[in-house]
Design a protein around this ligand. Structure first.
Ligand SMILES: [Ca+2]
Ligand SMILES: [Ca+2]
Ligand SMILES: [Ca+2]
Length: 133
């Protein structure tokens, strides 16, 4: 599928389906980070999106995401589980580990890629929460 087709599909879905805010971003995030132009997100593309989101969520420019910087995206339990080096927030490595876990959780068909419809599931929204800004 071409990039234009991907964008068109995303646009149509946005107009026709009363989806949650996150659902409306589903195809856009793919279009934005789909470097190999296959209309899907592989793990490398998802990590890149996660890295960009990390920078965007970290306006104070330190090396970690604190609780207030990820509020509404991940819960306190998830925060604590991935925050292996305590006393600070989530560093980039910890954040990308979370992105990776959510990528595979959102890919139940077991192929190597996340498609637009997979981002519209509950697990897909959880992935979007860490790769979209
Ligand atoms: Ca791709
Ligand atoms: Ca910070
Ligand atoms: Ca898939």
């Amino acid at each position: 599928m071409s990039l234009a087709a991907v964008v068109a599909v995303g646009f149509t879905a946005t107009v026709t389906a009363p989806l949650a805010e996150a659902g409306a971003h589903a195809c856009k995030v793919i279009a934005k980070y789909d470097r190999n132009r296959d209309g899907k997100l592989n793990i490398f593309e998802a990590k890149r999106a996660g890295g960009a989101t990390f920078r965007a969520l970290n306006p104070d420019g330190d090396f970690t995401l604190e609780h207030d910087e990820v509020r509404g995206r991940i819960g306190p339990k998830t925060f604590d589980r991935y925050n292996r080096i305590k006393g600070r927030g989530l560093d980039r490595v910890e954040w990308i580990r979370l992105v990776r876990a959510r990528f595979y959780a959102a890919n139940p068909d077991g192929d190597r890629t996340i498609e637009c419809d997979e981002l519209r599931t509950r697990a897909g929204h959880r992935l979007l929460a860490v790769i979209w800004h």
